[in-house]
Ligand binder design. Structure first.
Ligand code: KIV
Length: 267
């Protein structure tokens, strides 16, 4: 599989070819992404909820994201790997943000970092880009600010919000981000943002006119079947399949039907 780089992704936008991205946290799912040629794998801080069973993304640490990114990198060595920088790993100061992002890139082999926010992170984006680190922005609904938002919401229904999205995207573009995730934004607003910017836009709940789309692996394969945001399309009923498999294993063991002779070692 040919290695995906920032150049590959920029070329795809230029040629109007859609970019695919999956947010995931482990070797096996990353390997599947590698096999089918998903362009980019994001090690999202959604791992707090999906992998760790926490209530939000906020408790995720730099150590944890490094651990998961190393596993993902082993599974998807040629894909473009992006690390979602955890809450409070870059907000306190640009110095701390620079050090944490640098550490993540050095230790994991990932190619880029993702930071949530607009104007407020522009100074850090500039420092990172100057240090040679590609940066992905994230605007619209930003889960690390869930307490400020009061929970998940669509951003861009009010004119004031649209103006802020436009301003933030322009500031991020000027600061040097090469890609931005647009989350929970009305499709017309996201279309306008995508068409008016040279930055690659990747949408989640932002309609089909973004340059690419991202979904969380566990949502896409239906392993998360206890919540389903409007923007998720389930391509498999993973939880149903796995539940059935576990039930059958339990039945077979309890009946003495597993293991069979063929599944046992002889003398
Ligand atoms: O944490 C995550 O998985 C994300 C994507 C859903 C964009 O930020």
């Amino acid at each position: 599989m040919e290695r995906v780089t920032v150049r590959t992704l920029r070329k795809k936008k230029k040629e109007g070819r859609k970019i695919t991205m999956i947010s995931t946290y482990d070797f096996i799912s990353a390997r599947l992404c590698e096999e089918v040629g998903i362009d980019s794998v994001l090690v999202g801080d959604s791992l707090g909820m999906v992998f760790q069973g926490q209530e939000s993304t906020l408790p995720v640490t730099v150590e944890e994201i490094i651990y998961h990114t190393k596993a993902v990198k082993r599974g998807a060595p040629t894909r473009f790997i992006i690390v979602d920088m955890p809450f409070m790993s870059y907000q306190a100061s640009a110095e701390e943000g620079l050090r944490n992002c640098g550490r993540v890139i050095k230790e994991t082999g990932a190619q880029a970092v993702k930071l949530e926010g607009g104007e407020e992170i522009a100074h850090l984006v500039r420092r990172l880009v100057d240090a040679g680190i590609p940066v992905v922005g994230h605007i619209g609904y930003t889960p690390q600010s869930e307490h400020r938002f009061g929970g998940p919401k669509v951003v861009g229904k009010e004119q004031e919000e649209v103006e802020k999205l436009k301003r933030d995207l322009k500031i991020l573009e000027d600061a040097g981000v090469f890609m931005v995730v647009l989350e929970s934004i009305p499709w017309k607003v996201a279309k306008d943002l995508s068409e008016s910017s040279s930055v690659i836009t990747v949408g989640i709940g932002a309609g089909k006119y973004c340059d690419g789309q991202v979904l969380v692996f566990h949502d896409l394969v239906g392993l998360v079947d206890y919540v389903k945001p409007k923007f998720v399309r389930r391509y498999a009923e993973g939880a149903k399949i796995f539940r059935e498999a576990l039930r059958n294993f339990k039945i077979d063991v309890e009946r003495g039907d597993f293991p069979s002779e063929g599944e046992s070692y002889g003398e």
